[in-house]
Design a protein around this ligand. Structure first.
Ligand code: HMG
Length: 391
C-alpha cells in the first residue's frame, strides 16, 4: 500500500500575547491556577487586522514557497471561527496564496475536529490522485466571554499541512477509531462571537469519546500503548492532555505515568500550546509541530499516536510513522523566531482588542496596521473584507 501523509507542516500564531499572570491579577485569582492548574502561561491574540484567513495564509506560505503551486488541486480550510455564512474562508486564502484555478477549495466545520476531517479526506483523495498534493489548514481564534471560566484558555493560530504520497514527515496509518455523538458540551450560536461551554462536562466527553476511539483503534491495528514513541492530543489547555494521557495509560493496563514518563510521552508536544492557548482546529497539529520542533530524540521510524477532539462531538484516534530525515523538512527555526518575538499586551490593551472585534455596523472601515504575518486584513468596504500582502 502507498504511504500517504503529512509532507510538510507549518504553524502560525499572532504576534501579540497576554501573560496569564496579568489576567490572574486582573481577575483576582492565584496565577498558579492558570500556570499549574490548567497548565497555560500565555494566550495569543490577533490584532484587528488579522483573522482566520490571514493566519491560514501566513501558515501556508512557507510550504508553498517550496513546491510547485500547480500540483495543489485541493484546499480544505477547517475552522469554527467562520467569517461568512456562504463564502468559504478557503476562497480568500486561495487568492492570497495564488493557488491555481484548477483547485477544489472549501471550508470544513466540526469544532476542533475539522482539520482532522480534512487530513483524512485528503488522504483518500491522494489515493485517487497520487501525483497531486492537498493543502489542509486549520485556523481559529478561541474566544470566550470576559470573566468566564473559559477566558484563560483563549488563543489563536493556524497550522497548514501539505498532504502527499510518499510524505517527507509523517505517513498516516490506515487504522482509525472514531466516535460521533450529539452532545452540547461547547457550541457557538450564529448570533454570538464567543463560545458557550459546559466546561467540566466537555472534559468528561473528551475523555469518554477518546476511550471509545482508542478501543476501536486497538482492535483494528493490533497495536498497544507501548508501540508509540509519543502521543499528541487535542489541546484546549495542556493539563487536558495530561489528564487524557493518564486515563489512556490506565485503560491500557499501565501504571500511573511518572512525571518523567509524562515528560517523555507528551512533554514536547505541549510547549507551543502552553504559550499560545487553544487554537481549536489547529491545536492537535500545533502539538505535533511542537513535538517535532522541540524533541531531543530522533524519532525517525517511530510511531506517533494522535487524538483529535471536536466538541459537539467528534473524536478520532489514529497514528502515523515519522519518516527518515523528517527533521530536515521542518520549519522549526521560523516557529521559534515567531514565538520568541511576540509583543506582550497589558491587561487594558487585551480588553481593548477583545472589545474591538469585527465591525458589524455594515459601514466601510480601514484598519490600523499592527504587527502581522505576511498577510493582513486592511479593512471592509461594501460589506467585503479586504486583504493584502504586507510589503
Ligand atoms: P474552572 O472551573 O475555572 O477551573 O475551569 P477549576 O476550578 O476546575 O480549576 C482548574 C484546575 O486548576 C483544577 O485542577 C484545580 O484544582 C486547579 P483539576 O482538579 O482539574 O486537576 N487549581 C489550582 N492549581 C494550582 N494552584 C491554584 C489552583 N486553583 C485551582 N491556586 C475549565 C476550568 C477547563 C472547565 C475552564 O477553563 C473551561 O471551561 N474551559 C473551556 C472548555 C474546555 O477547554 N474544555 C476542554 C475539553 S472540550 C475541548 O477540548 C473542545 C474545545 O477545544 C472546543 C472545540 O472542540 O471546538 C474546547
Amino acid at each position: 500500500m502507498m504511504n500517504i501523509g503529512i509532507d510538510l507542516i507549518s504553524f502560525y500564531t499572532p504576534q501579540y500575547f497576554l501573560d496569564l499572570k496579568t489576567l490572574a491579577e486582573a481577575r483576582g485569582v492565584d496565577p498558579n491556577k492558570f500556570y499549574t492548574g490548567i497548565g497555560q502561561e500565555k494566550m495569543g491574540l490577533p490584532p484587528p487586522d488579522e483573522d482566520i484567513v490571514t493566519m491560514a495564509a501566513s501558515a501556508a506560505l512557507p510550504i508553498l514557497e517550496k513546491i510547485d503551486l500547480k500540483d495543489v488541486e485541493l484546499l480544505m480550510l477547517g475552522t469554527e471561527s467562520g467569517i461568512d455564512q456562504s463564502k468559504a474562508a478557503a476562497m480568500f486564502a486561495h487568492s492570497l496564496l495564488k493557488l491555481p484555478t484548477r483547485c477544489r477549495a472549501f471550508e470544513l466545520k466540526e469544532a476542533c475536529y475539522a482539520a482532522t476531517a480534512g487530513l483524512q479526506m485528503a488522504i483518500a483523495w491522494i489515493e485517487r490522485n497520487p501525483t497531486k498534493k492537498a493543502l489542509v489548514i486549520g485556523s481559529d481564534v478561541a474566544r470566550y466571554d470576559l470573566r468566564s471560566p473559559g477566558e484563560p484558555t483563549q488563543g489563536a493560530g493556524a497550522v497548514a499541512m501539505l498532504v502527499a504520497a510518499n510524505p517527507r514527515i509523517l505517513a498516516i496509518d490506515p487504522e482509525s477509531g472514531y466516535h460521533a455523538e450529539d452532545v452540547m458540551d461547547f457550541w457557538r450560536p450564529n448570533y454570538r462571537d464567543e463560545a458557550l461551554v459546559d466546561g467540566k462536562y466537555s472534559m468528561l466527553v473528551y475523555i469518554s469519546s477518546m476511550l471509545d476511539a482508542w478501543k476501536q483503534y486497538k482492535v483494528l491495528s493490533g497495536r498497544k500503548f507501548e508501540d508509540f514513541a509519543a502521543f499528541c492530543y487535542h489541546l484546549p489547555f495542556t493539563k487536558m492532555a495530561e489528564k487524557a494521557h493518564t486515563k489512556l495509560a490506565k485503560e491500557a493496563g499501565r501504571p500511573h505515568p511518572s512525571p518523567a514518563e509524562l515528560q517523555k510521552q507528551i512533554g514536547s508536544s505541549l510547549i507551543y500550546n502552553r504559550i499560545t492557548g487553544n487554537t481549536y482546529a489547529a491545536s492537535l497539529y500545533e502539538g505535533l509541530n511542537s513535538l517535532l520542533d522541540n524533541t531531543a530524540d530522533d524519532l525517525a521510524g517511530r510511531r506517533i499516536a494522535m487524538f483529535s477532539y471536536g466538541s459537539g462531538c467528534m473524536a478520532e484516534f489514529f497514528s502515523g510513522v515519522l519518516q527518515t530525515g523528517y527533521q530536515q523538512h521542518l520549519f522549526s527555526a521560523k516557529h521559534h523566531i515567531l514565538l520568541d518575538n511576540r509583543a506582550e499586551l497589558s491587561y487594558q490593551q487585551y480588553e481593548d482588542i477583545f472589545q474591538l472585534a469585527f465591525p458589524t455596523d455594515g459601514g466601510d472601515h480601514m484598519f490600523a496596521q499592527y504587527r502581522t504575518g505576511p498577510f493582513r486584513m486592511s479593512g471592509v468596504k461594501d460589506h467585503k473584507r479586504l486583504y493584502e500582502k504586507v510589503k
